[in-house]
Ligand binder design. Structure first.
Ligand code: URA
Length: 223
């Protein structure tokens, strides 16, 4: 099908002309095309849920937890099946790209419960960077959150500035501790406070702006 496309009243004659439906008026044969409203939500993902829109094996997926959301939203990065906590979802591709782009390093904070109690030296290693299969990690912020000697386990609060696959689990494995529970509690300045497990809420305009600003100001840390 062909049609006369205009952007802001100007005919488009060049292939690859860029237009943003959020700000430009785009018409095809004189009729404006409707752009979907941009939405941004934060879900407190339970464990045992896949970060994807559909699962061929019929397991629970994050969209099952977004009743009433008609727009097709995509996760901003991933959380493992067994990881719980803060997951952002949006239909704004530019926002998602900016926040997950490897050049930007929006900090993400997790509570990691591990088998055994890591020594201070182990945690120092995580702070400095550890060697994983896919290279050294950037320095992380790490502190004890809770130590349970009876259960022989510890919960560590860790903030990383990257988003590699299973990164937190692999970092703890590198210092000899298996992660038994992992929960993301912060994404940039945004916290999970007050949002019950399995529930979502819309982000405010201010929160969206804050995340965009954080992504733009965070620069690649030199290795
Ligand atoms: N690190 C992990 O190991 N898993 C996640 O889901 C997120 C960060």
């Amino acid at each position: 099908m062909s049609g006369a496309v205009e952007v802001n009243g100007e005919p488009v004659t060049t292939l690859g002309t860029k237009a943003d439906p959020a700000v430009d008026v785009i018409t095809v044969n004189g009729r404006p095309i409707r752009s979907e409203k941009k939405i941004y939500v934060m879900l407190n993902k339970p464990k045992g849920v896949i970060t994807s829109a559909k699962d061929p094996q019929g397991r629970k997926v994050v969209s099952d937890f977004l009743p009433g959301i008609k727009e097709r939203v995509y996760p901003v990065g991933r959380l493992d099946y067994d990881t719980e906590g803060l997951l952002l979802l949006t239909n704004d591709g530019e926002f998602a790209n900016l926040l997950t782009h490897p050049k930007h390093h929006v900090p993400k904070t997790y509570l990691a419960t591990v088998k055994g109690v890591p020594h201070g030296t182990g945690l120092e290693q995580l702070q400095k960077g550890v060697m994983l299969e896919d290279g050294m990690t950037y320095p992380a912020d790490v502190e004890y959150h809770d130590v349970n000697m009876d259960k022989n386990e510890a919960t560590i609060r860790i903030t990383i500035h990257e988003g590699r696959n299973r990164q937190v689990r692999r970092m703890f494995e590198a210092i000899g501790h298996k992660v038994t529970r992992l929960k993301r509690i912060r994404f940039g300045e945004l916290g999970l406070e007050g949002l019950p497990r399995g529930k979502f809420r819309h982000l405010s305009e201010q929160e969206v702006k804050m995340l965009l600003n954080e992504a733009r100001k965070s620069h690649k840390v030199q290795k």
